[in-house]
Ligand binder design. Structure first.
Ligand code: ZN
Length: 265
């Protein structure tokens, strides 16, 4: 149902598939955590109105309805966010038809740095997402994936265990012989180190299938879903690679200082 993630993260027109209750008074009112423009920090917002405010009865049928949600910052009690949702006729999905303040076009800090000159295209992808232009968003994210894939696969090398380095290097060299991004990913995906596989999920495997699926998806709606996944995977991989290298470096430095101390005793 309108859940936290949906309200906080979903851009306009991205469908959330769910089972809706029959009447508006049965819809939940989850608290959300978003930026408050008065407090200038992340705050908790609670819904202060009723789904049926615009209608005569609290048990107004849910199907094929548009509702307004008003969320108030619990800290300053002055800044509010509003969402307008469409509830489907078959009670099987919802999506946003409006939002104030608008969905934010913000790029992850690490990703921005890694993308460098490609970050302009990434932002265009975000703009497309914010308007529900899934085909456009997919095209931009696919282009970026193509442009950074070599660098991305190269940078994974440092995270591979000593025992697996030789095999990875062999496959990595092979990736340079093809220009097709999906072929490159296909070669490497099974050699991904555990640290890049949250809960055993393989982000490169998912990236591979989302890219293929996106090529055949026709509607903005379907592409939007796929584009969001690609954006999330790229963001995860870049952050995880940077953090892993950073913590490995810190670990090495602190181990070295411990060993130095022992030697000097
Ligand atoms: Zn506030």
């Amino acid at each position: 149902m309108p859940n936290k993630e949906f309200l906080e993260e979903y851009p306009l027109h991205r469908k959330l598939t769910i089972k809706l209750p029959v009447t508006l008074d049965m819809l939940p009112k989850p608290a959300i955590h978003m930026h408050c423009h008065v407090c200038e920090s992340e705050q908790t917002f609670n819904m202060t109105n009723e789904y049926f405010d615009l209608f005569q009865y609290m048990n107004t049928p849910t199907k094929n309805t548009k509702v307004r949600l008003v969320y108030l910052c619990q800290s300053c009690k002055s800044f509010s966010r509003e969402f307008y949702l469409y509830l489907s006729n078959n009670l099987d999905y919802i999506y946003k038809i409006g939002q104030y303040p608008a969905w934010e076009i913000k790029i992850d800090k690490n990703l921005d740095k890694v993308l460098g000159k490609h970050s302009a295209n990434f932002k265009k992808g975000l703009v497309c997402e914010s308007q529900g232009y899934g085909i456009g968003a997919f095209a931009y994210y696919r282009r970026i994936t193509e442009e950074i894939i070599d660098e991305l696969l190269d940078s994974i090398f440092d995270l591979i265990d000593e025992s697996g380095k030789e095999e990875y290097k062999f496959v990595l060299d092979k990736t340079k012989t093809t220009r097709v991004t999906q072929d490159k990913i296909d070669l490497v995906k099974d050699l991904l180190p555990t640290i890049l596989k949250p809960n055993g999920m393989n982000p490169l495997g998912v990236l591979h299938s989302e890219l293929s699926e996106g090529m055949h998806a026709n509607s903005d709606q379907d592409c939007l879903e796929i584009a969001t996944h690609i954006r999330e995977i790229l963001t995860f991989l870049v952050n995880q690679i940077i953090q892993s290298k950073e913590s490995a470096k810190q670990f090495t430095t602190s181990m070295k200082s411990i060993l130095d101390k022992r030697i000097n005793k």
